[in-house]
Design a protein around this ligand. Structure first.
Ligand code: SAH
Length: 488
């Protein structure tokens, strides 16, 4: 009966077609009565449940539920199309294709950890309303993960799990079953067994699955340090592989890993090697900042190239970062930078080294003083305009003037516009809640606000618009920068 309600029911409902090929985590116990597992996981053994997650669907059901043995299964269907949708326009066709053709939908990864934390949050935290005393107890547990990618192979898998007191069985998958001479892949079906609290075992999986996979589907920020320390409490500090675990969990971001290890072990315990790494820290932090800027410039230049643009005006060019990048590409033969700030224009002139530029080069670029608030004849005749991190500096009541200046009067064929994504602000460690990234920002838009504004504008002035993230895409809050590309 219960069996029927498990697999069979899902198969009937068309949720499950090939259980043997699905991405699956099972957790079994022989504690008597085994069906208490349902209370510990807060999921009723007789009722299969499905959950919508940002990256696909998760199903929880019990393939077996007798008093002697009970198995809960978490089945994850990662939707490759949803993954791509979340990143539309990120890197052109090649990028999208690469995202379709990858292993993510088929292997246990950070998606599994997200699903664990969403579906089993109480169990992870060791809470159970009906069986609080059982949540505290070590029970005979077996967990099985089908298709776990293990970078570092079986040896590393064992070095991670055996010190935690698990018996580990790992069955490697062939790279291609039809071509045995290719040898094993880095994918394993892994079973771990031990007497553990349910919360302990789930926590170990939560942390170690992405560590083994050595990849995460979202950008790792400061709060991952807290997450790691919280979930690592009671076991990570004493783990012989704690440094590996920490580094991989934090995706090899040295400064974060060092911070985590320091908090984990106390400063005096950090190795000389770790202290040496500290010297890189300032540079790494700087690089992180540079790289967002860099990524933004690259995204903009790529859009202009893709549009076959040769003549472009950069509105609110500031200190000329984009102008410099444009000059490096021969295709841009006519580049105009405009800004309202004389000081910025001076810095731009220096940055570009205009005075010492060879005559031919110099002819390609011009800097002018002007305001986006006023209709300006000098802006006419360019194929494209870029407005990079500028609109958020304009007073909202004056946005309408800017819209007309650009879309009605200058009217280039293509406009590439970027602005901060306000949703991402929670990921900046030093930014107090509710504050803008820059003192001069008049507003910062969420993705929905930006898209609503841009769509309205496009339809009023006869443009079409598409959007793309710039910078690493966080599953929940999106990318740090958002970009709109208008074409007419
Ligand atoms: N696009 C540059 C600078 C962004 S900072 C970059 O990405 O690095 C915003 C810039 O917009 C500043 O240089 C500021 O002087 C300029 N700006 C603000 N209001 C403006 C206006 N009304 N007209 C033209 N430029 C303006």
């Amino acid at each position: 009966m219960l069996r029927q309600n498990g697999w069979a029911c899902l198969v009937r409902r068309g949720i499950l077609f090939r259980p043997e090929g699905a991405l699956l985590l099972t957790l079994s116990t022989t504690h008597v009565p085994a069906t208490d597992l349902g209370y510990l996981l807060h999921k009723n053994p007789s009722r299969p449940q499905s959950f919508e997650l940002a990256f696909g669907q998760a199903h929880v059901f019990y393939p077996e539920a007798s008093p002697e043995r009970c198995t809960a299964a978490l089945l994850l269907e990662v939707d490759p199309v949803a993954l791509v949708r979340g990143r539309r326009g990120s890197s052109g066709e090649g990028g999208a294709l690469e995202q379709y053709v990858n292993d993510r939908p088929y292997v246990a990864s950070s998606f599994m950890s997200v699903a664990l934390s969403r579906l089993f949050s109480s169990a992870l935290a060791g809470r159970s309303q009906e069986r609080p005393e059982l949540a505290e107890r070590e029970l005979p547990l077996v967990a099985r993960v089908s298709v776990l990618p293990c970078r570092g192979g079986e040896a590393f898998l064992r070095r991670l799990l055996e010190p935690l007191g698990y018996r580990v069985t790992a069955t490697p998958h062939a790279l291609d079953e039809t071509v045995p001479e290719w040898g094993p892949s880095r994918y394993f079906t892994v079973t771990i067994e031990g007497h553990k609290r349910v919360s302990e075992l789930l926590t170990h999986l939560y942390v170690l699955i992405p560590v083994l996979d050595d990849d995460k589907h979202y950008w790792v920020t400061e709060d991952e340090v807290d997450k790691l320390l919280r979930h690592g409490e009671g076991w990570l500090a004493a783990h012989p592989e704690r440094e590996h675990i920490t580094r991989r969990y934090l995706r090899h971001q040295k400064s974060l890993a060092r911070e985590a290890l320091e908090q984990l072990l106390g400063e005096e315990h950090t190795s000389p090697e770790e202290r040496e790494r500290a010297r890189d820290e300032a540079e790494a932090a700087l690089e992180a900042r540079l790289s967002l800027n860099e990524q933004r410039l690259r995204a903009v230049v790529a859009e202009l190239q893709a549009g076959g643009v040769t003549r472009v005006v950069d509105l609110g060019c500031g200190e000329g970062r984009l102008l410099k990048a444009l000059l490096q590409e021969r295709r841009f033969t006519d580049i105009l930078g405009m800004d309202v700030s004389w000081r910025s224009l001076d810095i731009a002139r220096e940055r570009l080294d205009l005075e010492r530029m060879p005559e031919l080069q110099r002819k390609r670029v011009k800097l002018i003083h002007g305001s986006l608030m006023y209709r300006d004849q000098r802006l006419a005749g360019y194929e494209a305009a870029t407005v990079i991190e500028v609109v958020e500096h304009l007073d909202p009541p004056r946005l309408a003037a800017f819209e007309r200046v650009l879309f009605e009067f200058a009217r280039p064929e293509r406009v590439v516009l970027t602005t901060p994504n306000a949703e991402f602000n929670v990921r900046f460690e030093n930014l107090p809640t509710g504050r803008f990234r820059h003192a001069d920002h008049r507003f910062e838009w969420t993705r929905a606000q930006f898209e609503a504004w841009a769509r309205g504008l496009a339809s009023r002035f006869g443009y079409t618009v598409r959007f793309g993230p710039v910078g690493p895409v966080d599953e929940e809050v999106g990318a740090p920068t958002q970009m709109a590309v208008f074409t007419r």
